[in-house]
Design a protein around this ligand. Sequence first.
Ligand code: GLC
Length: 816
Amino acid sequence: MSKSFLLIPVFLTLIVLRAYSTGYQFLSDVTNFEQTNNVIKIQCQNAEVRITVISDDVFRIEVSPSRTFRDDKSYSVLPVGISPSQAIVKDRLDEITIATPELTLNIKKKPCRLAFFDRAGNLLCKDHDAFGTGWSGTRVCCWKELHDESFYGLGEKTRGLNKRGNAFIMWNSDIPGYTPTQDPLYQSHPFFIGLYQGRGFGIFFDNSYRSQFNFGAGNDQFFSFGAEDGPMDYYFIFGPSLKKVLERYGQLVGTMPLPPKWSLGYQQCRWSYYPESEVIALANTFRAKQIPCDVIYLDIHYMDGYRVFTWDNHRFPAPKKMLENLRNMGFKVAVIIDPGIKVDPNYWVYQQGLEGNHFCKYPDGTIYQGQVWPGWCHFPDFSKPATREWFGQLYRGIIDDGVMGFWNDMNEPATWGGTFPDIVQFDGDGKGADHLKMHNLYGMLMARSSYEGVRQLRPNQRPFILTRAGFSGVQRYSAVWTGDNVASWEHLRLSINMCLGLGMSGVAFCGMDVGGFMEAPTPELYARWVQLGAFTPLFRTHTCIDTPDQEPWSFGDRFEEINKKYIQLRYQLLPYLYHAFYQSATQNMPIMRPLVYEFQDDPRTYWLDDQFMFGDKLLIAPIYQANQTSRKVYFPQGEWYDFWTDEKIMGPAERLVDAPLDKIPLFVKSGTVLPLQPIMQYVGQFPVDPMILQIYPSLGNNRDSLYEDDGISFDYQKGHYRITQFELLVEQKRINITIRRIVDHYTPEQRSFLLKVHAIMAKPRPAKLDGQALLEARNMEALQAEKFGWTYHAADKLLYMKFPDERQKANLEVIF
Ligand code: GLC
């Protein structure tokens, strides 16, 4: 055998090695760095890393092999006012450190690897030693060392709440009847939270291209985030509480502005209610049966041949009159608006779109067309400011007609057979972009155009927009629902996780099609879904074309009664729920919250996703299996009241609880002052009087508050609201309650407070209001007729106290 022959395997090995090594390049050694104020530029042999200290708790990291950085504006991140940097940069032999009072970033020099630590030196998150950040062609990826982290966020993903062990893709997709593990779906939220040794951090990967996230799927080495194109540009957000991570993420990409209060009411939808007589009959049935409802939807059949911003004149001959009649009955009508504009030379929207150069084009300048409901369509380029403005103004006509809500659908964007071809061109706010970059942003930009237009057209009224597709920041413009689910128990269960994920990604105002969209629910499934829906931020029934009726009364008397009970309960809870919306608007708090968000020190909550908190005081444990009449519930630390029986349960504990068909397991954290209102048929039907304060005593001191405003205008942003604080002091023989207005720039209509103190075992001495004994009423009925008074209901162990809400501060004392 010749020597050269022996060398063949060596050559082959080299060729194979070369093939592998043409893949990713990883960030190499640091050569030098410079600091200008809060920006630190680090030169490596093969790339530049730019670190911007956004605040003490938030660092932005950009890695660029070409040493140039993006000059396009992020559609998610709000212009952040950079506070004077407190960062201290130190150059050591083998590392550079950048430290604020909260966060330290260590940058190892050989090779360049990043590690974040808290003030006490605890590791939060570090680059994987071998990979760190890498790129291959247009692809970018960042690999972080994997420990025993839990991961949350990523928006409306399927599978579990905790993303550990799973991988996901961001590519907005229209998947009717998706499966419980399907990925990707309609929304992209490249934001996640890691929880490592009890400390939380967030990473927002500001890249709109198709991206991938791996949280230890198929490997035990790393978690990673990367995209097929676009920049490696991410924000590292310190907690350590999950609450702080989300709050800071909200400062970066914005929070939900308060929606109109009526949108928190019950909403009824189907594909489609028409003609007018059917819509009116639907409305009449709600009122006749005294089942509360605020919103009725019109799906695609209301339009003339699916042309958006038109009416079908046969089905709806006098829309303005119809909408006025419905308004007088307390209904708000929402209509669907899809992005596809029918190619029809006689259609005014099409004509305007052509004239204004508003449609997406191919690189050769021809207008792209794809098929949707109306047949061949052109699509507005929502990344062009003039087009957003134009489309927003198209709402003028239907707003004048009296339409109140706007439902943006099919905006992944979806077309028959898929989506736009990659080469379709966009304006990208003047920077130019192709579909690969704009795809995931399309839905959010459509919602933005709708929101901004409607807001201009109806000044000082909060728009209500509902969108199917979205991207990080969509909450600034719209509520979100989880698309075309299925009437199955699996989907009921799945919808909890999807909504919890949205909440942990800044999208608090979310919900699912109650009862399921595809196929038909059994009466039991529908009733269980209404029970769950009453505790989702958006509470809307919806179903597909050609499915059986899916209204609260469609399943027989027994089920109607149950469905009605929960829709009524939703209305009773509105003051409490509205306060939770306020917490979202100001602090980016989810409304439907995973237990880990409230109890992150308790590892038993890390994976818990079949029960959740609704606001910060109510624990909900939905039933998600057929014929199930009990279930296990985990109670975290503290004392809990069974909402239905007042039985007390001391956590941490796991209990089997009863759940007959008419009962969703529902618990109240002790120490809570739960504000409720009387049942009404729609929001604002009559002034809330009395404001009911259900008190669940707990030994010691507790504080709660209630936010209120006019529910409709933006005056709250000028400070026109009221916050009432409740201070509860409970001792063995005494309960003291102080009610104090701490912000008082909005005045609700005259009303009484009716306090309902639970679990009072024996009749107390006369209750005192500001030191004066209240008069005892014989019973509740007698108390109702009085302005001031108290009564004790021995059978229910309830103590009632009533007085007008007319003082800045009121103190109640009860002695036993
Ligand atoms: C899409 C929507 C669905 C709607 C239907 C007809 O499938 O997701 O909610 O009813 O289109 O407009």
